[in-house]
Design a protein around this ligand. Structure first.
Ligand SMILES: CC(C)(COP(=O)(O)OP(=O)(O)OC[C@H]1O[C@@H](n2cnc3c(N)ncnc32)[C@H](O)[C@@H]1OP(=O)(O)O)[C@@H](O)C(=O)NCCC(=O)NCCS
Length: 143
């Protein structure tokens, strides 16, 4: 279980077989098996499913739910030799829900309380309180 250089809050638990490095994770989170979290910032009460990928440049607020196999991407035109670091990162605001298998392209903001459907490919910002799904993800009805 390679885990190094992380700051993690009280009450946070995780399954076996994780790859966590240089990340900051808040209190009372749950992290499923086979998930990789790099230099990202995760808030409190966040539920992260199994097989997720959360790399550098991603900031996740409080009480966010991330289903299994959610992939966050950070380099839109790879390999950019780190040029993506000069672009805005990805932000998931408080209370948002991301369905299983979703892919989140770099630099998007998923608004407070928004819902991303399972299997979606999110290419643009998701307004607070809205539900999006599909590829590319588009606004549906409020859940
Ligand atoms: C997005 C979501 C919240 C929508 O739920 P809902 O409001 O009850 O929507 P419905 O099931 O009534 O579907 C409405 C329409 O959207 C479509 N749809 C729903 N979810 C979809 C998705 N993820 N991708 C593509 N289309 C979807 C339905 O096929 C339906 O289309 P139709 O009107 O042509 O029949 C839900 O489908 C979803 O993806 N939830 C995430 C589940 C998940 O990943 N949980 C993780 C923990 S296990």
């Amino acid at each position: 279980m390679p885990i190094r250089d992380i700051k993690i809050g009280i009450g946070t638990g995780w399954a076996v077989l994780l790859n966590l490095y240089e990340c900051t994770i808040g209190k009372h989170c749950k992290i499923g098996s086979f998930t990789e979290i790099g230099p990202a910032v995760i808030g409190d009460n966040v539920n992260i499913g199994a097989f997720c990928f959360i790399p550098e440049g991603v900031k996740i607020g409080n009480s966010v739910f991330i289903g299994p196999r959610v992939t966050f991407l950070n380099d839109k035109h790879p390999p950019s030799n780190g040029a993506w670091r000069r672009e805005p990162g990805t932000c998931v605001c408080d209370g948002a829900v991301i369905g299983g298998g979703a892919v989140i392209l770099p630099g998007v903001t998923i608004g407070t309380g928004a819902m991303v459907g399972a299997g979606s490919v999110v290419t643009k910002d998701v307004p607070a309180g809205t539900t999006v799904y599909g590829n590319p993800a588009r606004e549906g009805r409020n859940a």
